[in-house]
Design a protein around this ligand. Structure first.
Ligand code: BG6
Length: 466
């Protein structure tokens, strides 16, 4: 089989403001939900005003000041696309202001200009695991429908400002994550009940649709997508009950896509709400707004999992209730590696939606060793990415429309789950230690030239293994 990627395939990497920028309180930036979770999205919320501390994300990899060097390195690898996010609290420090913070807007102007110098297409997420913290304290986060207006105002502000510079947008990063981590997703306490969480998610889905409408109005030649955590579940056994368990588990994340792509709640969710005594407040205006659907579907993919109806097997599940697959190996962080799962997922989403797909996160978090001679020999990362990209080519051969691939963390960054630096994803090593010390110097890993070759050859250098 020949590996074939379309001529205009977007190749690149993906980063997020709160995991790379640092400068958490510079140039008028407000405190964000990410700033008050210094130990990562699965850590505790800390009162940053009362507690004196320095968090890894406060400085992160200092992309805020070093972006010209980093963008030049991405260009050297041949990136045609860079996915990053705008920190909402740089533009609206409290989230409810009428006027934006000019210094925040200027930063992203400069960043997008730098990318333009190298013809790198920006793919911009409006909200990647962060929101102004004031909106949580003063309004109760997305539980309050006023957030829809604040978000729409923010979205319209950045669409208007960057309409000539940014043509590809995403609304909320991994919008289905709220079901596992409600504070990060919708600004609700971790112990919130289902009624509260699904209502807050509903407000966010309406806000996402309103952003789609605004984007099309303000930037007619733009494309805007959603962003799902592609947590595909296989039945643990061929038992029909396990098959039904897998369907139900997949529906819990696919319903976000169904609303964002098809414009209304699917029947299975209406049943789920009824059986779980969840009574969503949906206004006629909400129903109309949801009809503004996305142009493409984007998603992250790191691993697959299994679903079962057997309670004893369920106990083996990890933090996201994922039951392990006995046929797969796992990364050092227990994430099961399944390249073929990416092909399965691409086919599944394309069959369901018949809209272009964009893989906006995929990669291997691993402990890297900086050798005495200054090299990092990350063959494990090369293998992981090679095998996943081969499956992307397979899916393209299956007829799936894939717009591009941005690997997660092309430069080492602060991990989302635990705010650690020992888990690295990059082609570029950052000299940063777990205690926050380090020169922050950038060093090319072995995978740097490997990825450069893949991009330059449009995938021809990838290796098909048996
Ligand atoms: C995705 C997030 O869930 O996974 C990223 O969108 C995150 O923000 C990535 O960094 C990998 O997770 P982690 O915890 O290894 O950083």
């Amino acid at each position: 089989m020949n590996l074939h990627f379309p001529k205009n395939f977007l190749w690149g990497g993906a980063i997020a403001a709160n995991q790379v920028e640092g400068a958490y309180n510079e140039d008028g930036k407000g405190l964000s939900s990410a700033d008050v979770k210094p130990y990562g999205i699965f850590g505790d919320v800390v009162d940053r005003q009362a507690v004196t501390m320095t968090a890894m994300k406060d400085r992160a990899i200092d992309f805020y000041h070093r972006y010209p060097e980093d963008v030049a390195l991405f260009a050297e690898m041949g990136f045609s696309c860079l996915r990053t996010s705008i920190a909402w609290s740089r533009i609206f420090p409290h989230g409810d202001e009428k006027q934006p913070n000019e210094a925040g807007l200027t930063f992203y102007d400069k960043l997008f200009d730098e990318m333009a110098k190298y013809q790198i297409t920006p793919l911009i997420t409006l909200s990647h695991y962060e929101m102004p913290y004031h909106l949580i304290e003063a309004y109760g986060g997305w539980g309050n429908r006023k957030l829809i207006d604040f978000f729409e105002h923010y979205a319209r502000t950045v669409f208007t400002r960057y309409k000539d510079k940014v043509k590809y947008w995403l609304t909320f990063n991994e919008i289905n994550m709220s079901l596992h981590e409600p504070f990060t997703g919708v600004g609700l306490p971790g112990d919130s009940n289902k009624q509260a969480i699904y209502q807050a998610i509903h407000h966010q889905l309406v806000a996402s649709a309103k952003a789609v409408k605004a984007c099309h109005e303000i930037i007619p030649d733009s494309q805007i997508g959603n962003m799902l955590l592609g947590g595909i579940a296989y039945p643990l056994t061929p038992k029909p009950d396990d098959v039904l368990a897998a369907i139900a588990e997949n529906q819990q994340w696919l319903y976000f896509g169904d609303v964002q792509v098809r414009g209304s709640y699917p029947g299975y969710m209406k049943r789920f709400f009824k059986e779980n005594h969840i009574d969503l407040q949906i206004t006629p205006e909400d129903t109309d707004a949801l009809k503004y659907t996305v142009d493409f579907i984007s998603f992250s993919y790191y691993m697959s999992c299994c679903a079962t109806a057997d309670d004893r097997e369920k106990l083996k599940g990890n933090i996201l209730d994922m039951v392990p697959n006995p046929y797969l190996e796992a990364s050092e962080w227990g994430w099961q590696i399944d390249p073929k799962g990416l092909r399965i997922l691409l086919n599944m989403l394309y069959e369901r939606y018949q809209k272009p797909l964009f893989i906006v996160e995929n990669g291997l978090g691993a402990k890297d060793t900086l050798e005495a001679d200054g090299t990092v020999n990350d063959d494990y990362r090369i293998n992981y990415l090679n095998d996943h990209l081969v499956q992307v080519a397979q899916a393209i051969e299956d007829g799936v429309a894939v717009m591009g691939y941005t690997s997660w963390g092309p430069i080492d960054l602060i991990s989302a789950s635990k705010a650690e630096i020992v888990k690295r994803y990059g082609f570029i090593y950052v000299d940063l230690n777990p205690d926050g010390s380090g020169s922050l110097n950038r060093i090319k890993k072995k995978s740097f030239s490997w990825y450069k070759d893949v991009i330059e050859s449009n995938g021809k250098t990838l290796v098909i293994k048996s």
